[in-house]
Design a protein around this ligand. Structure first.
Ligand code: PEP
Ligand code: MN
Length: 340
């Protein structure tokens, strides 16, 4: 059960609710976000009902939720969430294209990427400064220098920045430069990191873990919301299956499932989902399929000279391929908009 306090509720009223929860033998979970104060009631919910709290002073609403994820659920919030990034809207019909190289490599590369991304209509620039790599011997990212280069690219193009954070201790630093903090697939269940990004007031892009179920994915998002940060964008990036002709299996079925169970926006990353640039026509059709399936956007790896890409070259598309993809996306959007 979740108790939502009125926005002008007093500290005394909040404490009063907490006292009552404890007296009933339950554990309170307080989350005082910038927008709302929410008190979770933890324990066997079958033994209580809403009426016990509904009339207490300062209480706006009480929502009984039996699912393990609560704040991310549609039961908690019926309207689809729209995440705002520097004037760019994501969710509830607002689609976003995020593009850029896998890693920030040098100034020339990231500025060229940003200019190409902007020229062909991307809304956000993405590049990794901290890279989670399978091998410790491969390029691990430029770190803070990479963040500074991203900031420069933003200065030139105005495109807001999406970049990954790998450590709870680096959240503050990355948040100084980034407009959206990405949590990579391998960190989807790094609960300390999730809590840390839950405490900042910048949007978070949460990628699905390689073997995460829908429930595990939503529970990870719940960690972020339960700390008070409601600006979470989910990202399907393919899961590990027995399929070995593509890097991962892109699970487009998850899009309508997420939309049914949660109010959060979900985008798709077909680059990691397929892992193959030589599937460029299929890749672009897969991208279009994701949009047709209801995705709130795409995240695409694109490099000015993909063969020279230090990481993920096999799946990174060229500026020309990106231009073509954007053209097709626009045609599809015209079609989709004509349906509604
Ligand atoms: C990436 O976005 O470059 C990346 C490493 O993705 P993932 O965490 O999905 O593997
Ligand atoms: Mn990558």
């Amino acid at each position: 059960m979740i108790i939502i306090m009125e926005s002008n509720s007093t500290q005394e009223q909040i404490e009063n609710v907490i006292e009552k929860i404890k007296k009933l033998g339950f554990r309170p979970h307080l989350s005082q976000g910038e927008e709302k104060t929410i008190i979770g009631v933890i324990g066997d919910e079958r033994k209580i009902n809403e009426s016990l709290f509904k009339t207490l002073p300062g209480v706006e609403n009480v929502i009984p939720i039996l699912k393990p994820y609560k704040l991310v659920s549609r039961e908690f919030k019926k309207e689809s969430t729209i995440v705002k990034v520097d004037g760019v809207l994501i969710g509830n019909g607002h689609r976003v294209i995020i593009a850029g190289p896998c890693s920030v490599e040098n100034e020339e590369q990231i500025i060229a990427s940003a200019e190409i991304a902007r020229r062909y209509g991307a809304h956000l620039l993405r590049g990794g400064a901290y890279k989670p790599r399978t091998s410790p011997y491969t390029f691990q990212g430029l770190g803070e220098e990479g963040l500074k280069l991203l900031q420069k690219a933003k200065m030139f193009t105005g495109l807001p920045i999406v970049t990954e954070v790998m450590e709870a201790s680096e959240v503050e630093l990355v948040a100084e430069y980034a407009d959206v903090l990405q949590i990579g697939a391998r960190n989807m269940q790094n609960f300390r990191l999730l809590k840390a990004v839950g405490k900042i007031n910048k949007p978070v892009l949460l990628k699905r873990g390689l073997s995460a179920t829908l429930q595990e994915f939503l529970m990870s998002a719940e960690y972020i919301l339960s700390e008070g940060n409601y600006n979470v964008i989910l990202c399907e990036r393919g899961i590990r299956t027995f399929v070995d002709y593509t890097r991962n299996t892109l699970d487009l079925n998850i899009i309508p499932a997420v939309k049914k169970l949660s109010h959060l926006p979900i985008i798709v990353d077909p680059s990691h989902g397929t892992g193959r640039r030589d599937f460029i026509i299929p890749l672009s059709l897969v991208s279009l399929a994701a949009i047709a399936a209801g995705a709130d956007g795409l995240m695409i790896e694109m490099h000015p000279d993909p063969n020279k890409s230090i990481s993920d070259a096999e799946q990174t598309i060229s500026p020309e391929q990106f231009r073509l993809l954007m053209e097709r996306i626009h045609s599809l959007e015209v079609l989709i908009n004509s349906w509604s």
